[in-house]
Design a binder for this molecule. Structure first.
Ligand SMILES: [Zn+2]
Length: 312
């Protein structure tokens, strides 16, 4: 199954290939074989699915930056990659645009602010360009300024340009946009999280932003995933949701919500391979997202109220 194979760890991280063009405008996407059934629930065209962490690609050109052996790098990819999130949220053709990072977060993490001065995780060595592993051990040799700049130029900024374009397209066509930030998290906290050792981990984490996630949007996602049978938490263990930098805390037409899936629900976390029932799980996730967006309409909250924040 093509959509599964892309997200799985291959034998050599350096031999993997993934499409480099991660944002394909709606209507121009080729129809590829997928696991979608004809009655698969469909997201509306003003949704942008952001998939930042499912790639395991470490290009040859930057492999020498990493202080890890191939086996150690594979292990780190296994811990840090949001395996199969593209297959779960975005593989079936749908009206929503998809923006997918083409390289591993170990190369650049597009979910972090570019400038370390604005990025809280930079103090843990995990800004846009990681220097430490998930165990807070050295990951990379020190980079020259032009090496860091090349990573941002080649991978970080093009990804954000695609996100900006997808959101601008949705606003131009529909006057509104919702970015669903698609992630997963390990069942047991990794050392870098600095979580309480026995802290409870939900099945689903709904991440919100004080400006871009209106209360009814957060409530709709929490309720939809809860009613689908999962234990759901808000902003636990991770918080926030991404929007393009030009819209951040500026443009209330751009709404955002993060959906984080506990990997143990669908993945053999030690092997990075899907569990039996993966396809049904993925479909339930997509159905819950569609259901969440249907709720404000059903509840009459779609009224044109200026104080209502982003309208969907
Ligand atoms: Zn993630």
């Amino acid at each position: 199954m093509a959509s599964l194979a892309e997200g799985m760890l291959a034998d050599s991280v350096r031999r993997q290939t993934q499409p480099m063009q991660s944002y394909v405008p709606r209507g121009e996407r080729p129809m590829t074989p997928t696991n979608a059934s004809p009655d698969d629930p469909e997201l509306p065209p003003w949704v942008v699915l952001h998939v930042p962490h499912d790639s395991t690609l470490v290009p040859d050109a930057v492999r020498d930056q990493f202080l890890l052996s191939d086996a150690e790098l594979q292990h780190e990819l296994l811990r840090m990659t949001d395996q199969l999130t593209h297959a779960i949220f975005a593989a079936p053709p749908c009206a929503a645009a998809v923006v997918r990072a083409p390289v591993s977060r170990l190369v650049v993490d597009v979910e972090r602010f570019e400038d370390d001065a604005n990025e809280p995780m930079a103090e843990r060595g995990m800004g846009a360009v990681y220097t430490t592993t998930s165990a807070s051990m050295p990951l990379r040799r020190p980079l020259a300024a032009d090496e860091r700049e090349a990573l941002l130029r080649d991978w970080y900024r093009p990804h954000h340009a695609r996100l900006e374009a997808a959101v601008a397209d949705a606003l131009a066509a529909h006057g509104q946009c919702l970015v669903i930030d698609c992630h997963s998290f390990p069942s047991e906290a990794l050392p870098y999280e600095r979580a309480e050792p026995r802290a409870w981990r939900p099945d689903i984490c709904i991440g919100t932003d004080a400006f871009h996630t209106h209360e009814w949007l957060a409530e709709s996602f929490l309720a939809a995933f809860e009613e689908a049978g999962w234990r759901v938490a808000r902003d636990t263990p991770f918080s926030g949701a991404i929007v393009p930098a030009s819209r951040y805390r500026q443009d209330a037409r751009v709404a955002a919500v993060m959906v984080e899936l506990r990997r143990g629900l669908y993945l053999d976390e030690a092997a990075g391979t899907p569990l039996p029932g993966f396809e049904a799980f993925a479909r339930r996730v997509r159905e819950a997202c569609v259901d969440a967006l249907d709720r404000p309409v059903r509840g009459g909250l779609r009224a044109d109220r200026a104080d209502c924040g982003p309208r969907l």
